[in-house]
Design a protein around this ligand. Sequence first.
Ligand SMILES: Cc1cc2nc3c(=O)[nH]c(=O)nc-3n(C[C@H](O)[C@H](O)[C@H](O)COP(=O)(O)OP(=O)(O)OC[C@H]3O[C@@H](n4cnc5c(N)ncnc54)[C@H](O)[C@@H]3O)c2cc1C
Length: 563
Amino acid sequence: MKELPVVVIGAGPIGLAAAANLVTRGIPVKVLEAGDAAGANVREWGHVRLFSPWKFNVDPASRTLLKAAGWQEPEAGSYPTGNELVETYLTPLAATKELASVIEYGVRVAAIGRHGIDKVVSKGRELRPFQLTVVGRDGAVSCVRARAVIDASGTWRTPNPVSASGVATEGEETLADKITYGIPDVLGRGRADYVGRTTLVVGAGHSAANVLLDLDELSARDGATKAIWVTRGRDLSRVYGGGSNDHLAARGDLGQRLRRLVEEGRIELVSGFAITGLRQEGERIVVNGEVGGVGRTIGPVDRIVACTGQRPDLSLTRELRVEFDPWLESARALGPMIDPNLHSCGSVPPHGHRELSHPEPGFYTVGSSGRIDASSRMSAAPFFILSGIVVIGGAIGAIVGVHLLTLLKAQGIGLAAAVALGALVGPAQVGGRVIEMAGRGRHHPLWTMSAALGLIAIGIGLMALAVGPVGLAIILYGAGNGVFSIAKGTLPLALFDPHRYASLMGRLARPSLIAQAVAPTAGALLLDQRLHLDFRRFAISRLDQCGDGGGTVMVSKALAMRQ
Ligand SMILES: Cc1cc2nc3c(=O)[nH]c(=O)nc-3n(C[C@H](O)[C@H](O)[C@H](O)COP(=O)(O)OP(=O)(O)OC[C@H]3O[C@@H](n4cnc5c(N)ncnc54)[C@H](O)[C@@H]3O)c2cc1C
């Protein structure tokens, strides 16, 4: 099989990067591209400016090939449009002598299987080459064999429908000529369709933001142009973004500009609107839907732009043993890493080939087939805040658990009394949990966590400031600690997707366990410094009060106590 090439499906940014990496490792490669040139999908949204600056868009192996061909790299911090990405990067990359000879254009991969066996056969599967069914421009079908296949076909050609339920809705097919999926070039190629008309833009992602901003610009030139923005959810924080704190500054800016349009009333926003059907009224469209379960209609409008995201074309891989994340439709292992409930693009950790693989040996899914669902709405903030809480809570628990006796003795409490007080922690933990259980889960875990943190803070505060009976401080701390151990299990379940619970808990536990391992030693060093200072102050103050002989006795007493 070694003589066969690795077949890469698609000559988009990722397919070309995969090919460049294979070529520079001396592995034979063949790229099959459905379009007439590299970057066929990117050209479709070529008028849109990317969020990621050039430094994130150029693959290192591709840079090496391009530089050898005399390429001038664009300024690292500037942001290309889709067209500039194609013209300045993808086209010259595809034209390098290493890649030009391995890319075939105008060929669409229709199916992938294993030569001579179907999906059911296990024996010797990995020894069989892949067999791809390829359809040419003229419709002619041919077969291509490969030792491995990298699917970089993207998602652009398989958009989601406008309906809130994710499946095509009544009227969507018959009104197809009035609906555009993706990001039309409102100010350029598509201008005639939008100028002087009312357009309904569906979706709460950055594609919708781009279209709405363009429609607003068109409206500034032609007052009759109107835009209505419909979102399924009510929380628009994801599209509005973190402003200047956004992982990607250009994305933050886009969100802020959109927010201003809404606040200034320049576009009409209907949030929480679930589209249930479309109806033709003359030459226009009436949009049926529900807000909070109550029927409502919008329109009539002239056009609809569906910015509802895209999904991969799973028909390609039907004959392979593939394992997709059940709802993101990425390779399964990648799902938790790119889950938009926990990540925004820009915060996804780097990953390797294992996360892109499937049970089918030698088959990989890469690129925008990473498939982040455009309709997801949560930000990564809750995960990081919870992570921080679990780390700090775990570290405090580890320090107090190990050094409680030392802390009590430093307050002048004798060893026996300190041990007796320390023994209160366990029963207080159990008591706290019993009280929490008495609530029978009627309160949200956020309240459980807040109560736990409050009790821990009060307990430690009282101990540190030596206010009130130490026993009370320890009971409050212990009860808080007991409730905390429940809250850190239940809160992730309430905040995030329950199906992700196991992997999420693993990711939350890792930094917390490291903190718990380091905390006792760090605590010891801090306490040592603190106690050292306290005893020096104590000894010096006594020396000031006593004569020389008495002072010496006090210092040795103080040092003895410290030990
Ligand atoms: C408006 C917009 C803005 C974006 N901005 C950014 C950004 O700022 N930064 C960023 O990193 N990403 C951005 N993205 C995501 C972007 O699409 C991807 O980063 C990039 O295009 C992914 O490249 P790809 O090669 O995986 O897929 P694509 O660019 O979609 O390329 C897939 C290629 O495969 C070909 N193909 C498809 N099916 C077949 C088949 N069956 N047989 C043969 N060939 C096939 C297609 O013709 C196409 O050339 C943006 C996307 C959109 C829509």
